[in-house]
Design a protein. Structure first.
Lengths: 409, 434
């Protein structure tokens, strides 16, 4: 059994759809900017990656728009794009064959705040009927299942930024288990953490960048590293048993070859070094690959000095000093929590397809003693990329590694 | 993934998974002995809400935990940092680990995982601080200076699994699962798969929720899912009874120690039972509505039994979702009949929500703890308050009084918003712990 990606749907700050996303990612465009969402202007959090120009009602049926939060709008739109790319629809003869798995780290914050305001400002009877299904973390999985008619295994991991990779791993294991009867899974994550109260909730993260200059707010692996900028958006994938994909004439875009996850404690970044090394080792072992088979690493790039050092050391421990090109395109978009690591996975697949390592926007003067070959400035064309490693860590202590490789018959 | 013995396998995983410890924080009593005493006595822990003033709400009743963090072994720092739902899980995990006899310091930390479910996570603290920063809902552009320094831990649901992993030194796969009201069953199911597939040897698995706060009560008021039997809270949770009028919200947490059976045997640990099967499907129908046929829950039951290589006729007890809403109890009765056939009529099926309420994501884990204890003691907990049969719910719901029974195999089912339907099969071998 081989798990392949047959569809990619992106709703990112730097582009909606894979064409726009890849163009901006390859060119190293940064869209980090002032937070402009209503009510957020006085937050100490000033810089983030917003998804601008997204029209939920143009993408999604009205009845689904009104009963869901912005994070689910993104997820439904991304799922539509991924399903169209994969040319996959529910099979009326076997509705249990397609499952839905999402990761969620912030839930329906904007919707929830609106209903909290009604409750506390006006009274209990002003709370609307959709609060019970819009705010909770499972909203996107449920709505994607319902809109698509997908009755297969439905899952939700709420496990930090690394949860995006964990969701992909979960989907692949669901495909691999013969007891589930699953042939494809719509999997990924999208987040919308830029409502005023959600912003307040994030202020306790010591790693959050409060910088006011969008060009300096998120600069991992440099002497100016001062934390990360958050973002909204994310990506959904269609992941499928290769045999099933080929039998229905679908085009495998890449193979998901391995995943592993570890835990080393919230904000104990020095310890994340070993956590990452072990997660990388587990993912490579599952993929049946050696470090030398990996041609690019998509870094977690937390953006604080100790976290960056731990990650650089982990990469060097596995690949040797400057042993592999490393990139962090998320410095141009911000970190979209669970959605961020799925966006990195999408970028990794696009990089494999184009034989091009996208750059790390806005980052120059990488600290020399970190010993990493960070791709900065412009994209690096390398001819052929065989396999990519995606790394992700969470603020509550998770570490995850995912290996994607080119599909060959 | 690529083919090998761990994930992308064509060779099916064969490791067996034991339950070797249990811990519970439930309404009516903290700890396994108090919980089991409540269930076997058929006593209800539902009452008028005391956690906030429910005046003006449609439903003003709940099943609350009388939980003292200090008595549960938590420090003042733990209690301040961790939300109430996390505190429940910390206490339940401590009890479960003690019960298992494991010395986790002597285990390989990279082989210990955590899989904990929650439906609404830190809602209670999120709401409390929202009231401060918004000046009681007066402003949209909230004032951040009023916020608690630990607020981000309420915002991040991953704080739940993270806290338990920190406390017990787990460094393997650690995740929070949040599939609404099936979170507890799914968290245990994911843990079962992790051990079966060889990704961990020991997993602390369970769920926790503390949803009894104004916003949660109001949102279920809005869809009339909860009971409004405010004058008689002790008898308000009436699963399968013709006069049921919705669920009674609860809170609590439970943690089971799941362990590779060979690992448990090697250390001579008493084994409660084995997790033998798990499956979950969506109904792709409605976020809150259920079909009358119960086809998707039935599919989950069938698949869980098939994986367990057990026949439906071997089921000795069904632990029902039994929330006490009109539609749930009919849906579930239809699903169980669809999977068990004529055997459904000969199988006791009860809902402990009649006694401890519906604690959303937590309840699935609390119910699996009840199943574990039922297997160990040979006792089926009753459905309290069951008096008047509903013609559409015509199975044996174990009215009001616990029943002794020889139990080998039990099925626990759950149903949740999003359309999720989950099933877990537990089986007790001869010579298991009692």
């Amino acid at each position: 059994m081989t798990s392949v990606i047959t569809g990619i749907g992106v709703v990112a700050p730097n582009g909606i759809g894979t064409d726009a996303f890849w163009k901006a990612t390859r060119e190293g465009v940064s869209v980090l900017d002032r937070v402009t969402r209503e009510g957020c202007l006085d937050l100490p959090l000033r810089i983030a990656g917003e998804v601008r120009g997204f029209d939920a009602t143009a993408a999604i049926e009205e009845r689904f728009v009104v009963q869901t939060d912005r994070f689910t709008h993104f997820a439904m739109a991304a799922a539509d794009l991924a399903l169209a790319d994969a040319r996959l629809t529910a099979d009326p003869d076997d509705p249990f064959a397609v499952g839905v798995v999402t990761a969620a780290g912030s839930g329906g914050g904007e919707f929830g705040q609106r209903e909290l305001q009604r409750l506390w400002g006006q009274g209990p009877h002003y709370v609307g009927p959709y609060q019970s299904i819009a705010w909770f973390y499972a909203a996107s999985t449920g709505q994607i299942s319902i809109r698509g008619g997908f009755k297969g295994p439905c899952g939700v991991v709420a496990s930090d930024e690394a949860g995006g990779l964990d969701a992909i791993g979960h989907a692949c294991r669901t495909l691999a288990r013969p007891d589930t009867g699953t042939r494809a899974v719509v999997v990924g994550a999208a987040e919308a953490p830029l409502a005023p109260y959600s912003g307040v909730c994030q202020l306790g993260y010591a790693e959050l960048s409060l910088a006011a200059d969008p060009e300096r707010a998120y600069q991992p692996f440099t002497a100016r590293a001062c934390g990360f900028s958050p973002a909204e958006g994310g990506a959904m994938l269609v992941v499928e048993d290769a045999e099933h994909a080929l039998a229905r004439g679908a085009r495998p875009r890449a193979v998901i070859a391995g995943h592993a996850a570890t835990f080393t404690g919230a904000s104990r970044w020095a310890e994340s070094r070993e956590g990452l090394v072990r997660a990388i080792g587990g993912a490579l072992e599952e993929a049946g690959l050696a470090p030398s088979d990996i041609d690019v690493v998509f870094a977690d790039a937390m953006g604080t000095p100790d976290a960056d050092r731990a990650e650089a050391e982990a990469i060097a421990a596995v690949f040797g000093p400057r042993g592999v090109p490393v990139t962090a395109p998320k410095t141009g978009t911000g970190r979209a929590y669970c959605g961020g690591s799925v966006l990195d996975t999408a970028a990794a697949v696009l990089a494999l397809e184009h034989g091009t390592v996208p750059p790390t926007p806005q980052v120059t003067e990488v600290l020399d003693d970190l010993g990493i070959d960070l791709v900065t400035g412009r994209a690096r064309a390398v001819g052929r990329l065989r396999a990519a490693l995606v790394l992700s860590r969470g603020l509550m202590g998770s570490n995850a590694a995912l290996v994607v490789k080119e599909y060959t018959k | 993934m690529a083919s090998n013995s761990r994930a992308g396998t064509s060779r099916f995983p064969t490791r067996r998974v034991a339950v070797t410890g249990a811990g519970v924080v439930a309404p009516g009593g903290v700890g396994v002995p108090a919980f089991w005493e409540l269930l076997t006595a058929g006593r209800t822990a539902t009452r008028g809400i005391t956690l906030f003033d429910p005046t003006g709400f449609r439903s003003r009743i709940a099943a609350e935990c009388d939980f003292d963090p200090a008595a549960a072994g938590l420090t003042p720092a733990d209690a301040q940092r961790a939300d109430r739902y996390v505190q429940f899980a910390l206490a339940a995990a401590d009890e479960a680990v003690r019960d298992s006899g494991l010395d986790l310091d002597r285990e390989d930390p990279w082989r210990i995982g955590v899989s904990l479910g929650t439906a609404v996570g830190g809602t209670t603290r999120l709401e409390r601080d929202y009231v401060l920063v918004s000046e009681h809902g007066a402003r949209w552009d909230v004032d951040h200076r009023q916020a608690d320094p630990h607020l981000h831990r309420a915002f991040a649901p991953s704080a739940l699994a993270s806290e338990i992993a920190e406390r017990h030194g787990a460094r393997g796969p650690v995740q929070t699962v949040s599939t609404g009201c099936t979170s507890g069953l799914d968290a245990v199911g994911y843990a079962f798969h992790a051990i079966e597939e060889g990704r961990a040897d020991i997993v602390l698995a369970g769920a926790s929720d503390s949803p009894i706060s104004p916003i949660t009560v109001a949102c279920f008021d809005a869809i009339k899912a909860t009971s409004a039997n405010n004058d008689d809270p002790a008898h308000a949770s009436r699963p399968f009874d013709a006069n049921r009028d919705g669920f009674v919200m609860g809170e609590g947490g439970a943690v089971l120690v799941l362990e590779d059976l060979e690992h448990a045997r090697a250390r001579g640990a008493p084994v409660y039972c084995e997790v033998r099967g798990y499956a979950t499907y969506g109904n792709a129908y409605h976020m809150t509505g259920l079909t009358t046929e119960g086809m998707e829950m039935s599919e989950a039951i069938d698949r869980a039994l098939a994986h367990a290589r057990l026949d439906a006729s071997g089921i000795d007890y069904v632990n029902a979702h039994g929330s006490g809403t009109k539609q749930n109890d009919r849906h579930e009765t239809a699903a169980v009949k669809r999977s068990l056939g004529a055997h459904a009529y000969a199988t006791p099926m009860s809902s402990i929500k009649s006694m401890v309420g519906h604690s959303l994501g937590a309840i699935g884990a609390i119910e699996l703890a009840a199943c574990t204890l039922a297997l160990a003691h040979g006792v089926v907990p009753p459905t309290a308050n069951y008096e008047t049969p509903d013609p559409e719910c015509d199975l044996d719901y174990v009215p009001r009084t616990a029943r002794e029974a020889r139990l080998r195999t039990v099925l626990s089912v759950g149903s949740g918003f999003g359309g999720f339907q989950s099933a877990v099969v537990l089986n007790r071998a001869e010579g298991s712990r009692s």
